[in-house]
Design a protein. Structure first.
Length: 390
């Protein structure tokens, strides 16, 4: 048993030529707010707790574009596109034919703004139905024009616009694709319908845009541009007590000292306070909620792991850390000589641009527990931006 039988995998379909969005490179590789469209789509699934692994279907001639778009991300090897969308998806599914995961989510690379909630709703629906697709009820009145004007107004009641992800029980959709070879159908729900697989419509999101025309890119850029409406600020505070040892970890830097700090992990108060500040801005509990001190897995681990996790939760929601400020409170060791290195270290852990993180230090003039050199305290404030998705 490999466990694959219980897994949900995601197939990101990036096999189109993608030229309708304008001249230049294919739309799935174009930059959207500083990142390739494909990378954003892939990350939405890689960061999703309900998804075990991710594979993309690409055109062989896009191999270099693909490699640079997904640089540093852990994906399964890509599958290669066929002459139609159906053939491309089929090729991606066949790559899992031996492992047979339980469920597969099929997602268009050109929908990079998909939210974690929409993905979760589709996964959950697959417990009740062999197929489920994100969709939204049609709100506009529908017209069918002819050569001389409108021929008819089409009743919109009961009509939905299909989006992705579309999720299926793996064996069922693989069999349906094997039987659909040569089909020109443009989505997998249609392949499923053709095979008699019930597909439940699940509420998607109007913000789960499909980037097709140049104006779609403009709209998506707008949605991803930080505005005052999505600004969040969180604060964090942490203390660790001195104990025996010859070094301390402060903001991810090892500093020689005549004491160590006592804690379940590496007892880095700066990174703990910052992790809590980010989690606070997300309204997502605190470091203990995510990494319980009773859990042996976190004994002695480097605290950068906690901070990275908090950062990935921000990315998973399409957000961005705009700035953070960490203050260490202690008499000793001297922080000033390490300040710049600490800033760079935190920026590196969170993959942030230089100038995003501030580190400061203060003493308490000999007063209180930090003044008595019993331990080190840290406080942090983090400002981040979350897009108005979900
Ligand atoms: Mg702590």
């Amino acid at each position: 048993m490999t466990g694959a039988q219980n897994q949900t995998v995601a197939l990101i379909v990036a096999g189109g030529e993608g030229t309708r969005a304008g001249p230049g490179i294919a739309k799935q590789y174009r930059m959207l707010n500083g990142q390739p469209v494909l990378r954003r789509s892939v990350e939405a699934y890689l960061n999703h707790p309900g998804v075990h692994s991710v594979r993309a279907v690409i055109r062989p001639e896009h191999r270099d574009l693909y490699e640079s778009a997904i640089h540093g991300l852990k994906l399964l090897p890509p599958a290669f596109a066929g002459p139609t969308r159906q053939a491309s998806v089929h090729s991606g599914l066949e790559a899992w034919a031996d492992e047979r995961p339980a469920k597969v989510l099929i997602h268009d690379a050109a929908r990079p703004l998909v939210s974690a909630d929409v993905i979760a709703r589709v996964i959950a629906a697959l417990d009740q139905s062999p197929g489920a697709m994100a969709a939204i009820p049609v709100a506009d009145t529908l017209k069918r024009p002819g050569a001389d004007g409108i021929l008819e107004t089409v009743p919109r009641a009961g009509l939905w616009r299909a989006q992705t992800p579309q999720g299926f029980h793996f064996n069922a959709i693989l069999a349906a694709h094997r039987a659909a070879t040569g089909s020109e159908l443009t989505d997998d729900a249609a392949i499923a319908e053709r095979a008699g697989i019930p597909v439940a419509p699940i509420l998607g999101s109007a913000l789960n845009l499909k980037l097709t025309e140049p104006e779609d890119f403009a709209m998506a850029e707008q949605l991803l541009t930080p505005s005052p409406f999505g600004l969040r600020m969180g604060t964090g505070f942490d203390v660790h007590r001195f104990g025996p040892g010859d070094h301390v970890w402060l903001n991810g830097i090892r500093i020689a000292h005549d004491h160590g700090l006592i804690g379940h992990s590496d007892a880095d108060p700066g990174l703990h306070a910052l992790t809590d500040a980010i989690l606070g801005a997300l309204c997502d509990g605190d470091i203990g909620t995510h990494f319980p001190p009773t859990d042996e897995r976190w004994r002695g681990v480097p605290s950068e792991l906690f901070l990275k996790h908090a950062g990935s939760l921000v990315s998973a929601r399409g957000g961005r850390i705009l700035h953070a400020d960490v203050t260490l409170i202690c008499e000793r060791p001297k922080v000033a000589p390490h300040r710049l290195e600490m800033q760079a270290r935190i920026e590196n852990i969170l993959s942030l641009a230089a100038g995003t993180i501030s580190v400061k230090a203060t003493t308490t003039e000999g007063l209180g527990f930090t003044g008595r050199r019993e331990g080190i305290a840290a406080q942090a404030a983090a400002t981040l931006w979350l897009p108005p998705f979900e």
